[in-house]
Design a protein around this ligand. Structure first.
Ligand code: TMP
Ligand code: ASP
Length: 253
């Protein structure tokens, strides 16, 4: 069989040419990086967990009418997605202060936001993904005003869905990041949620204990990252309820 063509390799995923035009295969690696890849490790089983968790969230979003690039999971590490043109912005929604907003504005971690705050960061590793304003985005033509309005609406719908999903299993959605892609259908363009939604791109705190169940476990050396992600997957029913946290996850199907 001919080797399939690699389209792009990022820090946590690889994109390959898909089986049909307009599709890609998204492969989840076990690599973990933080602080723009200054800190890196390989976490056994992380890619398998994120593939399943991203499938779970994207499928839920598709079901409630929030468009995503996700088509279907192919195997333990791969999913079929629609090829999109990624808008070069990271869209962050914050419900509670943590991470960079706490540092930048001196807000104590754990302080609730007065309302969900949407922020944009310019996707450029060499610059360290700097925060940008709507003025920058429009002036430099990274996106139009219409795109921005649509991205904010998408991000807030994702926030409502994800917050509810998480709260139902005793987890608070503190913040998250999404990426948005354009799909062209004739003259018409629409925006969809792309990339991944997983504990790599969210902050998740146990409602009762405040225990961190996201990539901060790795960023801040708080314990075993795969155990934290396994706990999220188990609570959401993506893993059998009887499973206890372990490094090598046992997955249904
Ligand atoms: P921050 O507090 O570091 O700005 O991160 C906000 C949210 O965005 C947090 O849930 C982690 C996520 N995030 C990513 O997914 N990728 C990144 O490169 C960064 C910096 C944050
Ligand atoms: N994903 C980014 C990195 O590799 C930053 C982060 O998530 O903290 O380095």
């Amino acid at each position: 069989m001919a080797r399939r063509k690699k389209i792009y390799e990022g820090k946590a995923k690889i994109l390959y040419e898909g089986p049909e035009p307009g599709t890609l295969v998204q492969y989840f690696k076990d690599d973990a990086t933080a602080f723009n890849a200054e800190k890196r490790d390989v976490i056994d089983g992380k890619g398998v967990l994120n593939n399943r968790l991203s499938e779970f969230f994207m499928t839920g979003l598709n079901t409630i009418g929030v468009p995503t690039h996700f088509i279907r999971r192919l195997n333990m590490r791969e999913q079929l997605v629609r090829a999109v043109e990624i808008i070069p912005l990271e869209v962050v929604v914050r419900n509670v202060a943590a991470g960079s907003i706490s540092k930048r504005l001196g807000i104590e971690e754990g302080t609730p936001m007065p309302r969900p705050i949407v922020e944009f960061y310019f996707k450029d590793d060499d610059l360290g993904d700097p925060i940008v304003s709507e003025e920058h985005i429009i002036a430099f033509q990274w996106a139009t005003q219409q795109d921005l309005d649509d991205m904010i609406a998408l991000a807030l719908r994702v926030n409502d869905f994800m917050s509810g999903c998480m709260l139902s299993v005793g987890i608070q959605l503190v913040d998250f990041k999404i990426e948005v892609g354009r799909i062209f259908e004739g003259d018409y363009q629409r925006l969809v949620v792309a990339d991944e939604i997983s504990p790599d791109s969210c902050r998740l705190w146990d409602v009762k204990t405040g225990q961190k169940l996201d990539k901060d476990v790795f960023r801040r050396d708080l314990g075993n990252l795969a155990d934290a992600y396994t706990e999220v997957a188990r609570r959401l029913g993506v893993l059998p309820q009887t499973a206890t946290p372990m490094t090598k996850p046992t997955l249904i199907n």
